[in-house]
Design a protein around this ligand. Sequence first.
Ligand code: TYM
Length: 327
Amino acid sequence: MTRVLSGIAPSGDFTLGNYLGALKHWVTFQDDNDAFYCVVDLHALTNEIDPQVLRRNSLDAAINLLAVGLDPRRSTVFVQSHVPEHTRLTWLLECTATVGELSRMTQFKEKSEGHETVRAGLFTYPVLMAADILLYAAEAVPVGDDQRQHLELARTLAVRFNNRYGETFTVPDAAIPGAAARVMDLQHPERKMSKSVDSPLGTIGLLDSPEEITRKIRKAVTDTDGEVRYDRVAKPGLANLLDLLAAATDGTPQEVAKGYTRYGDLKKDVAEALNELLRPVRERRAELERDLSYVGSVLAEGASRAHGVAKLTYARAADAVGLLPPS
Ligand code: TYM
């Protein structure tokens, strides 16, 4: 079985982008793979976040992972900070990465731009992400398109470490979906839909009501030429809607475009398809909220399974670089 790992930061409410770009595929991957999925709470500390909010978001994120359909009998679901090897391996990898390559990370450039002070953790964040992946010897990492560069870095660090110290890490591959790998903001289709950006009309939340979803899709920015065709450059708003419909119905955006001559009809079907897709998630979420002790037990079991794997990889890496083992 292929080992799979992915993570999501508890930095805000999950969006449709998170769902279509990543979570939906996490659920599929658990069928035939040995899958590990984590709530990466340490990553959320790279930006200012109130401690109470972080704690609540982390539990909320775990509930959402179960609500979208992760099954703890088939997936290991855990919280990153519950497994101490993530930070321990990060140090070994920070001593493998270079300042130059971290400076080239576009997410770092975007997130630090215009800020007078920038947390060192924001700079080294991609190394923590590499540690998340390499600890579990993940071969496939299901992520949205925005994580492509970080995945490339994880590969580079694995190869460099192996060359320097001997075969230690599995070199991972990104698994990026064909449709909706980059869901765009409905009001600003030139930028990605994001849980950390405040754009109430442009962002669809995983738990939005059908009315909210319908309203946001109806108000989504398109263009004035009136022709329904898939063109991400010339018609970014419309292309985004076609991507959403394609992802929700497992088609391609070019195919789904064929049936339409009017934007209004397309928007109506997009809203309907999204509501159909997200309804079971909302229902499961409501059930899970009534059983938080179950969620707690899933996370405890997940942390224990994850720790069992992570500690072996860490011990191998620590030995490879020459750390004296504790007697
Ligand atoms: P995060 O928390 O920003 O996003 C979680 C996942 O959702 C995807 N995603 C999107 N996909 C399509 N369209 C969008 N608009 C959109 N917005 C988000 C992301 O690509 C991601 O797959 N650094 C990571 C979390 C992480 C991780 C890891 C991922 C930490 N360690 C190890 C994989 C493996 C992040 O911030 O994702």
